[in-house]
Design a protein around this ligand. Structure first.
Ligand code: CA
Length: 473
């Protein structure tokens, strides 16, 4: 494919090249590359570059290599640190490999003959390549703002009458009436542990009874834990609130609570994070780092895989999860999909199945925040591989599988709400592999907290700066 047929899509404005160097290059130009390349979902490798600061470059290279290695069958050709120059780029899905070089005038694409391709405008940095002029960019989604609040809107769901119930992490549950365009904060909510990542978390409307089920960080002796509650919503308050479940074991830290809720066949799935006690994600005597399967009253669901195993928690459905904050049932296939945060890199999309071990912290594609490797590597017998994983991190906080009527071209595709990624990540799978990915709504510059397909077939999202919005075209 001739280079002039490549489309370059510029996603985000950045400052001029000198400033850009100062800000980004030392932090790892190659990770920016990795970002771009991963986003197109094709198999491509990048290594090395003409970078003045060799030390910083070497650091960024190792980051980059993780990112690139996360793409199946990619091959990395690494330059020596001493020479530290040039990009060896090989794209297995392109007819002709290309090299990418970097200069202060911006990234440039050069084909094997040395012919200069695109020279992207200097003031742009983050870019995305696509390999054909298909309709990928034909109609950019737009956003209709539904409501604006001040707090993180962690969860939301829809009543049959069109009202939206939502949670504010600081501790509130509220109902929005789209006719009156008015929000009512519900009275009678339990006290929550609103520190760090803790607070009022997910909220769902039971598809039949229309009771709400909600997860929250429960303040308990010694700190907090993930809990599940249920109540009816009537006259602006919770009626008949009952705590259904409380995870073992609580601790005093403020992170990795999970916790999305999903309904299936009269049962409930609830995710619980590792609470920063990593090894407990592998220990079946704790709820940390697990997907749980409960009855609608919060008891262990009948037939759970470890119900008869001595010492194991009978609520466990799957284990070895780090912080699973995304969970969705594909309404068509009945499959349960989960998204979780990796450490530094190694965010995952998993197909969750009964009794399986998803590896954390024994296997991961991520690293410690301060650099070193974690666990034993990226794969191990008896442990599941993610269907898709991302390095650098995109921080998927929620996901939906699109089964609506508004966007037929998106049928069956995944949409992940990303925090640090400040985007909606669209992922198309084919035979269990990501064949297409796209960044959506990056122009919103928001930390996307939740995403759901609404009953009207539109995609709705919430953000950390208090918005619920609807995606349309
Ligand atoms: Ca995993």
């Amino acid at each position: 494919m001739a280079l002039d047929k490549l489309n370059a899509r510029i996603l985000r404005r950045t400052p001029g090249p000198k400033e850009l160097f100062d800000r980004h290059i030392k932090r790892g130009y190659s990770s920016i590359c990795a970002n771009s390349l991963e986003n197109i979902g094709h198999q491509m490798t990048v290594a090395a570059g003409e970078i003045e600061d060799v030390g910083a470059f070497a650091d960024s290279l190792s980051e980059n290599r993780i990112g690139i290695m996360s793409i199946p069958s990619a091959q990395v050709r690494e330059c020596s640190r001493r020479q530290a120059r040039c990009f060896a780029v090989r794209c297995e899905q392109m007819i002709r490999p290309i090299r990418v070089s970097w200069s202060f005038s911006g990234p440039q694409f050069v084909d094997e003959s040395g012919h200069m391709g695109h020279n992207i405008a200097m003031k742009y940095l983050i870019f995305l390549l696509t390999f054909s002029s298909t309709t990928l960019w034909a109609s950019t989604p737009k956003v209709e703002l539904i409501l604006q609040r001040d707090d993180v809107i962690w969860g939301f769901d829809f009543f049959k009458n069109g009202r939206i119930v939502f949670s504010e992490r600081g501790g509130k549950l509220a109902v929005y009436d789209p006719v009156k365009k008015a929000t009512t904060v519900l009275a009678g909510t339990p006290l929550v542990f609103a520190k760090g990542q803790g607070g009022m978390l997910d909220v769902r409307v039971h598809p039949k009874t229309e009771e709400i089920y909600f997860s929250y960080s429960e303040p308990v002796k010694g700190g907090a834990t993930t809990a599940l509650g249920r109540a009816q919503v009537r006259d602006g308050k919770l009626v008949g609130f009952r705590k259904l479940f409380s995870a073992h074991e609580p601790n005093s830290n403020t992170i990795h609570f999970g916790s999305r809720i999903e309904f299936k066949d009269g049962l409930i799935f609830l995710t619980v994070g590792d609470r920063d006690n990593r090894h407990k994600a592998q220990d079946l005597s704790f709820h940390n780092g697990k997907v749980l399967r409960l009855t609608e009253d919060g008891a262990p669901a009948p037939g759970n895989p470890f119900a008869k195993k001595a010492g194991a928690k009978p609520e466990i459905w799957s284990y070895g999860h780090r912080n699973p904050q995304g969970l969705v049932l594909d309404a068509k296939t009945g499959e349960l999909w989960e998204a979780e945060f990796g450490p530094r890199g190694g965010d995952e999309l998993n197909l969750v199945k009964q009794g399986l071990n998803y590896g954390w912290p024994v296997i991961t594609y991520g690293r410690e925040y301060y650099g070193p490797k974690i666990g034993e590597g990226a794969s191990k017998a008896g442990m599941e591989q993610p269907v898709v994983h991302w390095t650098p991190s995109i921080s998927p906080s929620a996901l939906t599988v699109y089964r609506g009527s508004r966007f037929p071209e998106w049928e069956g595709q995944f949409f992940l709400a990303c925090l640090s990624g400040t985007r909606i990540q669209r992922v198309k799978l084919q035979n269990g592999k990501a064949v297409e990915q796209e960044i959506l709504l990056a122009d919103q510059a928001a930390r996307f907290r939740n995403i759901r397909t609404g009953p009207d077939g539109y995609i709705y999202f919430s953000t950390d700066d208090g918005k619920i919005g609807r995606v349309y075209r």
